[in-house]
Design a protein around this ligand. Structure first.
Ligand SMILES: [Fe+2]
Ligand SMILES: [Fe+2]
Length: 171
């Protein structure tokens, strides 16, 4: 949805986090396979776009300005989540008996990751806030890219995830 209000980068990313938390909550109380599939698909879409804009724009801007280890862990956590997201997106509607369990595990992974980003004082966002970053300019870039990706993923589906920290996994 086009939006005219401009947000600083951290406000935008936190709003994405709240939206996905709400979707997970709705999934927990959803009844019926159809409703669950719709919600799971939306969760996968929102998270895929969010991870992409962080990796394309926000994380690179943090490079050299936040603890390197923390940033590296963020990329690895994204990759782990992308694998689960691909699994859930592919399994929606297939009657997978582990479908709900996979969504639950993804929720727990995301909760942990969001905590690492939002933790007071030492979290990634806190560290970025203390650094010399133009959060308004970054916010504009994030918003523009988010809109573009949402449209494209809605039209053609979520693309195969690009893993940044792992070789393509096949088991
Ligand atoms: Fe995030
Ligand atoms: Fe993230």
């Amino acid at each position: 949805m086009a939006s005219t209000k401009s947000q600083d980068a951290i406000a935008l990313l936190k709003e994405d986090h709240r939206k996905v938390e709400e979707l997970f909550k709705q999934f927990e109380s959803a009844k019926g396979d159809g409703r669950k599939e719709t919600l799971a698909t939306q969760i996968c879409l929102e998270l895929s776009v969010h991870a992409a804009i962080e990796e394309e724009i926000f994380y690179p801007a943090c490079e050299g300005k936040v603890e390197e280890d923390l940033l590296k862990e963020s990329y690895v956590e994204h990759d782990a989540a992308k694998i689960m997201i691909a699994e859930i997106a592919a399994g929606a509607g297939s009657g997978d008996e582990f479908f709900d369990a996979k969504v639950k595990v993804l929720q727990e992974e995301i909760e942990h990751h969001v905590e690492e980003e939002e933790k007071r004082l030492e979290g990634l966002f806190s560290q970025a806030r203390k650094a010399d970053l133009d959060m308004d300019a970054l916010g504009e870039q994030l918003a523009a890219r988010k809109e573009e990706l949402l449209e494209s993923y809605k039209a053609t589906g979520i693309p195969k995830p690009e893993l940044k920290t792992m070789e393509d996994v096949s088991v």
